[in-house]
Structures are given as structure tokens and as C-alpha cells.
Design a protein around this ligand. Structure first.
Ligand code: ASP
Ligand code: MG
Length: 414
């Protein structure tokens, strides 16, 4: 018998059909002898609507009341899923965050979980009752309802799984797993059977959808295995149809590259002829930091004259105008001669913890791009990723050739 946490996101409780389908998945798990704790989000769009309601009454709502209002979407989902389970003849009961309780700090709107007391819930689950828990919500010391930040139902699920010492936490979503590359751009992309926490964090930070980085961090800390799988169709967690996120590697031969990620939401700024002396980089990035402009990649070559150098950095598309404005304002202070920016760029990353122990991955990547005459503008690496900035028009070509070069195409993928 396994104890499973099954989390259903907004789309998977978005309408009555989906709610019934979610209940049928839970029922199948129970029929196989598993104990199940369900965690639900509000139905898709519901939380946005509740926020609109709040703001139409009060433009700057009191945070305590705001949280108690925007957490109600989850209460509705939990109740409906419980009823759907009862309709199937199962024994189920809904639990609000405060009924468990899930204790948080008082940072309304972005509260952090301090402690979960699982005993009450666990004793009922052990007697064969299915628990249906509201995601996203908790309770502060003073008894006020809090919420964990947008998308926080994943966090609830993983934290609850850890507190219950569950065997696995299944995240049912419309992203039905993690792929070696985006299948809409790379037709030979494949779903991965398993992936490590650190690789998943890299994918998530590059914008791969399905699960929030914050919940992956919790899973990593507690060694909780997560499975990303489809909320639609007939997939059931225990058949392991999705991608398992875990610390153990379940593939026989660990390829150096697990998959490719990319982003088009990036632009490049280069400052030419900046003085090569202490304090210049600090001046540039101080201005950007004060304006809360997030900088991605940064590159500064060693200057050959020892006097002048260039500095290149990247920012997201909607921050480009602001970043240029700040640079122009501080032009004299920084002391660059000219500025060039480029919107038509994209970045491509190779991700894989196998890179740590293999040499030549970067060389292989650069050579494959060179063979297609794709110019690399900026290179950035971490222990488990290599990222290049290229012209946006070459993005799809680069993804396809790298996918083939690193043995990720179809049946070859791990
Ligand atoms: N309903 C909440 C939100 O939309 C929590 C979640 O969906 O994870 O942010
Ligand atoms: Mg959501």
C-alpha cells in the first residue's frame, strides 16, 4: 500500500467533466489499494475573478481580507471533488488549510509554510477515508487565513506530501510531463521517464511549464518524488505515465544532455568602449538593480589594451526600453562610447547533470551550431547547463540539430 498525494491544478478542476475525470483517477488509485490525499487548486480563472471582485470594492484591499477572499476558489474545488468521489461510492472528506492545520507566517499573499500537523488527517486516511485538501491556503498564528502566492497549490501539495511522508506526489496538469525539447518545435522530442531535481529546476527556470520552482525546491529538500502527468485522458499516477522527478536516476545510460530549453523572451544590450577599471561594472548593474531590471547573462571580455572593453548583458523583452533608458541616463557616469541593442535574439540551453563528468559537451554544441553557420553571441555555463545566445531566426534550426547531435531524437531518448 502506498500513500499518494495527488494534486489537481486549475484546468483539471476547470469544469464538471474534468472534476469527474479527476475523481475517476483517484478512484482507480484507491481500487489498487493505495491511500490518497488529494490537493486541489481553484478552477482555472477563478482566483483572477476573486481578485477582480476584491479590487472592485477596494482598490487597495486589506491583505487579511484579501487572502480570505481569494482562497475560496480552492474551497469550492475541494467540496466538488469530494462530492464527485462520494458519488462513486467512496469515503471522502474535504479539508481547508486551517482544519489540518497548515501553519504559515503572516505574510499575506505570499505566506510561507512553517509547519503542517498531519496527525488528524492521517488517522482518517489510515481508516480508509480520502482527504481532499485545499491548496494555496494556510492559517497564521493569529488564526487568519493566508495564501501562499499565485500558483501556490503546488507548494501545498509537495509540503503536505513531505509532512505525511507520502511515497510519491503526483502533479496532474495539462503539461503531461517533461520533454527533451518543446514538441511543437522539435517533432522528434520525447517525454522523459525521469529527471533529477536539479535538472528540473533548470528546466523550470527556463520557463518549462507544469510545476513551480519553489515546489521543486521543497521536494529536493525532503527527497519527495514528484511525478508530472496529464490530468486529462486515462492516465493514472501508479502506472507512471508521466515524468518522475527524483534524486535517483532511473535511466540505465545517463546521457550527458537530458534535454533542451529555450527562451525568446530575451534581448541583448552591448556597451562599447567602456573603461577597463574597477567600479565600472558595479555602476552599470547598480543602476539596473535600483530600477529592478532583472539581468540574465553578462559577458565582459578581458581587454587587450588594458584601457577599454565592451560589456554585453541580456534583459527580458519588456524591460529592454527601461534598461536602455537607464544606460543613457548614466552614460557619463559609466563612460561608454556607444550602445547597441538587439531584440531578435533567443537563448538555447543544453541541460543535463551528466555534463559534470563528461568533457567535450560544449565543443560538440559549438561545432554543431557552426556547421549550420549559426553565430553564437554570448555563452553562459553552469555545472549542468550550457546556454548560448543566437539570432532568433535560427532558434528552431538550432534546437533540431542539437536534439539530433546529442542523441535525443525519439527512441534514443532516456
Ligand atoms: N488558485 C491559485 C492561483 O491561481 C493557486 C494555484 O492555482 O496554484 O494562484
Ligand atoms: Mg494554478
Amino acid at each position: 500500500v502506498s500513500l499518494l498525494v495527488a494534486k489537481f491544478g486549475g484546468a483539471s478542476v476547470g469544469d464538471i467533466e474534468s472534476i469527474k475525470n479527476a475523481a475517476s483517477k483517484v478512484a482507480q488509485e484507491v481500487r489498487r489499494g493505495n491511500k490518497v490525499v488529494v490537493v486541489v487548486a481553484a478552477s482555472a480563472g477563478k482566483t483572477d475573478k476573486l481578485i477582480d471582485y476584491c479590487k472592485s470594492v477596494s482598490p487597495r484591499p486589506n491583505p487579511r481580507e484579501y487572502d480570505s477572499i481569494i482562497s475560496t476558489g480552492e474551497q469550492l474545488s475541494a467540496g466538488l471533488v469530494t462530492l464527485a468521489l462520494e458519488q462513486r461510492g467512496l469515503n471522502a472528506r474535504s479539508w481547508m488549510g486551517w482544519q489540518i492545520p497548515i501553519l504559515t507566517d503572516s505574510d499575506y499573499n505570499k505566506a510561507h509554510i512553517l509547519d503542517i500537523k498531519p496527525e488528524k488527517l492521517l488517522s482518517r486516511v489510515e481508516e480508509g477515508e480520502i482527504a481532499v485538501v485545499t491548496g494555496f491556503q494556510g492559517i497564521a498564528k493569529d488564526g487568519s487565513i493566508t495564501t501562499l502566492g499565485r500558483g501556490g497549490a503546488d507548494t501545498s501539495a509537495v509540503a503536505l506530501a513531505a509532512a505525511l511522508k507520502a511515497d510519491r506526489c503526483d502533479i496532474y496538469t495539462n503539461a503531461n510531463g517533461v520533454y527533451t525539447a518543446n514538441p511543437t518545435l522539435v517533432s522528434k522530442a520525447r517525454r522523459l521517464k525521469s529527471i533529477s531535481y536539479e535538472e528540473m529546476l533548470e528546466f523550470a527556470s527556463m520557463g518549462t511549464k507544469g510545476i513551480k520552482p519553489r515546489s521543486i525546491e521543497i521536494a529536493l529538500r525532503y527527497g519527495m518524488s514528484l511525478q508530472l502527468l496529464s490530468a486529462f485522458g486515462n492516465d493514472v499516477g501508479s502506472d507512471m505515465p508521466g515524468t518522475l522527478i527524483t534524486d535517483k536516476d532511473h535511466t540505465m545510460e545517463n546521457k550527458p544532455v537530458k534535454g533542451l530549453a529555450y527562451s525568446r523572451d530575451i534581448t541583448r544590450i552591448t556597451l562599447f568602449n567602456v573603461k577597463d577599471q574597477p567600479g565600472i561594472a558595479a555602476k552599470i548593474f547598480n543602476g539596473l538593480a535600483r530600477a529592478s531590471v532583472n539581468v540574465g547573462m553578462i559577458i565582459q571580455p578581458a581587454s587587450c589594451s588594458g584601457k577599454l572593453t565592451d560589456i554585453t548583458f541580456t534583459v527580458s523583452k519588456d524591460e529592454l526600453a527601461r534598461a536602455i533608458e537607464i544606460m543613457e541616463e548614466e552614460k557619463d557616469k559609466i563612460g561608454f562610447v556607444s550602445l547597441q541593442s538587439d531584440k531578435n535574439v533567443a537563448k538555447v540551453s543544453l541541460i543535463g547533470s551528466g555534463m559534470r563528468t563528461r568533457s567535450g559537451v560544449a565543443f560538440t554544441m559549438f561545432q554543431a551550431l557552426a556547421e549550420k553557420d549559426i553565430n553564437i553571441q554570448v555563452i553562459e555555463t553552469s555545472e549542468i547547463n550550457i546556454t548560448v545566445l543566437i539570432a532568433e531566426e535560427y532558434l528552431e534550426l538550432a534546437l533540431r540539430i542539437l536534439h539530433t547531435t546529442f542523441g535525443l531524437d525519439q527512441e534514443e531518448a532516456g
